[in-house]
Design a protein. Structure first.
Length: 443
C-alpha cells in the first residue's frame, strides 16, 4: 500500500521516493570549539515556569571533561544542577529531522538534574554557618585560656585587645568627627600649601594663579636681593674687551653664558650699564656660579669659594657660598664635628631647576637652550625634562637664526643641530607634566 501524502505538505516531500527511510548524521558542531548545544533537564521536585525562567550554563575554562553547571533563578527559588554518577558511560543526544533532505541530525547533549534551593533557607544556612564559626572561636578561646600555654594566652589577649567592636565604633563616630573637624580648622588649604616654599620641593616656589609670566617664578624666591646685590660685576664691566670679561667668570668655558655675555657686551657699547642692565648681568653671573657649582666634586666652604673666585684678590661673597651650600647640598656632621656637604640626586635636580628658572627670567621666558646641556654635562633629554617640570613648552628655533647669531656654536651633525635648536617657552596657566608611575620589576 503506497504511503498517504498530506495535501498541504510541500511538493518536495511528495516527490520523495521513500519518506519512511531516514539517514542518521552525527553533528560535528562540537569539534568546532565553544560548543554549548541543547540540554536536557529534569525537575524531580518543583518545575519552574519555562516562559519566565532563564537558564545560565557554566563550564570549566580549561577542562572539557569537567561537569557543567546549569543555573536557573526565580523570585523564591534557585535551581542548581547536581552531578550524577549514573551519567557515567551514558550519552544523550537530541535529534533534529529535516523532511526536505530526509536526514536526522543528532546533537550531543547532557542531562541535568535540577535541585531547588529556597532563597530564605539559604540565608538561614549562611547565618547558621556564621554562628557556628563564632561558637567555634569562642570555645577555642575558652579552651586556650584555661589549658593553653603562656604563648597561647598572650596571643588570645592580644587578639582581644585588637578586636574592633562595631557597636562601640558607632558610638565614637560623632565624637571622632567633631574632634577631626576641630583639629583641622588651623590647617592650610591644599592649594595654599602648594604655593608655599617647600624645602623638599625640587622646583622654585611658584604662583599658580599668576596672570603675568614674570609673576610665575618671582626672582626673590630663587635668589634673595641680598644675595643678588652681593655679586660683584665691577671686574666684568671694567674689562677692556669681551675676552677679558669672559676670563672674569668662574666658569669661562660656558657656551650658554658666553653667548649672552657677548650680546650684553655689544649692547653696552662702551658705556656704563644701567641699573636694569646691571641686575640682568648679576643674574647671568649667578647662572655661571651654578654651572660652576655643578662641576664641584667635593664640597666645602673653601673649595667652593676658590672655584667661584677666578681672581684670588677679589673673592666671592660669603653670602653666595652659604646660599649655594644651604640650597643645593645636603649637610651631614663629620667625625671631627666639621659639616660635610654632598650633592645628592635630589639636590642636583633642585640645582638644575633653579638654574633653569633663572635662564627663563634672563631670556624673558623664551630661552634658547644652545650649549646648556654641554655646560652642565647633562643629556639633552634631562635638560628638556627640567624645563618641562617648570611648566615650559619646547619648540625649535629656525636654523638661520643660529647661523646668524652663533655660527661657531653650530654643530655639523644633523642630530646635534636638532637639539641645539631647542627653545623652552613658559606658558600660563601652568601645566605640569604628569608623574610617571614606576612599576616594580619582577624578580
Amino acid at each position: 500500500m503506497p504511503p498517504i501524502l498530506h495535501p498541504n505538505r510541500p511538493q518536495s516531500i511528495k516527490n520523495h521516493t521513500n519518506p519512511s527511510l531516514v539517514s542518521l548524521v552525527i553533528s560535528d558542531e562540537k569539534l568546532k570549539g565553544n560548543y554549548v548545544g541543547p540540554a536536557f533537564a529534569t525537575f524531580p521536585d518543583v518545575q519552574p515556569n519555562p516562559s519566565s525562567t532563564r537558564y545560565h550554563l557554566y563550564r570549566h575554562k580549561s577542562n572539557d571533561q569537567a561537569p557543567h553547571l546549569l543555573l536557573a533563578d526565580t523570585k523564591a527559588l534557585e535551581f542548581r544542577s547536581e552531578s550524577s554518577a549514573s551519567q557515567t558511560g551514558c550519552n544523550y543526544m537530541l535529534g533534529l529531522q529535516s523532511h526536505n533532505s530526509g536526514k536526522l541530525t543528532l546533537f550531543p547533549t547532557r542531562l541535568y538534574h535540577m535541585r531547588p534551593i529556597v532563597k530564605r533557607m539559604r540565608r538561614a544556612d549562611q547565618s547558621k554557618t556564621f554562628q557556628a564559626a563564632v561558637d567555634y572561636y569562642t570555645a577555642r578561646t575558652n579552651l586556650g585560656t584555661t589549658f593553653g600555654t603562656k604563648k597561647t594566652k598572650r596571643a588570645i589577649q592580644a587578639a582581644a585587645r585588637n578586636k574592633v567592636d562595631p557597636k562601640t565604633m558607632l558610638k565614637l563616630e560623632s565624637q571622632l568627627t567633631s574632634t577631626i573637624t576641630q583639629n583641622s580648622t588651623g590647617l592650610t588649604h591644599a592649594q595654599t600649601q602648594t604655593n608655599q616654599v617647600n624645602p623638599y620641593q625640587s622646583i622654585p616656589a611658584f604662583n599658580q594663579d599668576a596672570q603675568n609670566l614674570k609673576d610665575v617664578y618671582p626672582l626673590n624666591n630663587i635668589i634673595s636681593p641680598i644675595e643678588l646685590n652681593s655679586i660683584s660685576i665691577s671686574q666684568i664691566v671694567a674689562s677692556a674687551n669681551f675676552q677679558e670679561a669672559v676670563r672674569a667668570l668662574p666658569f669661562s668655558k660656558s657656551t650658554f653664558v658666553n653667548n649672552r655675555l657677548k650680546k650684553f657686551w655689544i649692547d653696552k657699547s662702551h658705556r656704563h650699564p644701567t641699573e636694569k642692565e646691571s641686575k640682568r648681568l648679576r643674574i647671568l653671573v649667578y647662572i655661571n656660579y651654578l654651572i660652576c657649582a655643578r662641576h664641584v666634586r667635593k664640597f666645602s666652604r673653601d673649595s667652593l669659594s676658590r672655584r667661584l673666585s677666578p681672581d684670588p684678590l677679589s673673592p666671592v661673597s660669603e653670602v653666595i657660598v652659604e646660599s649655594i651650600l644651604s640650597k643645593f647640598t645636603e649637610t651631614t656632621q663629620g667625625i671631627d664635628g666639621v659639616p660635610q656637604y654632598k650633592l645628592t640626586t635630589f639636590s642636583i635636580t633642585k640645582l638644575l631647576s633653579f638654574l633653569a628658572a633663572l635662564c627663563l627670567i634672563y631670556d624673558d621666558f623664551d630661552c634658547h637652550l644652545l650649549g646648556l646641556a654641554e655646560d652642565l654635562q647633562e643629556s639633552t633629554t634631562r635638560i628638556h625634562d627640567i624645563f618641562k617640570s617648570l611648566g615650559c613648552r619646547l619648540g625649535k628655533v629656525p636654523l638661520s637664526h643660529i647661523q646668524e647669531a652663533n655660527p661657531e656654536s653650530l654643530s655639523m651633525d644633523p642630530k646635534i643641530q636638532t637639539s641645539q635648536r631647542s627653545v623652552a617657552t613658559l606658558v600660563i596657566p601652568l601645566v605640569f607634566p604628569v608623574a610617571k608611575l614606576k612599576r616594580k620589576k619582577r624578580a
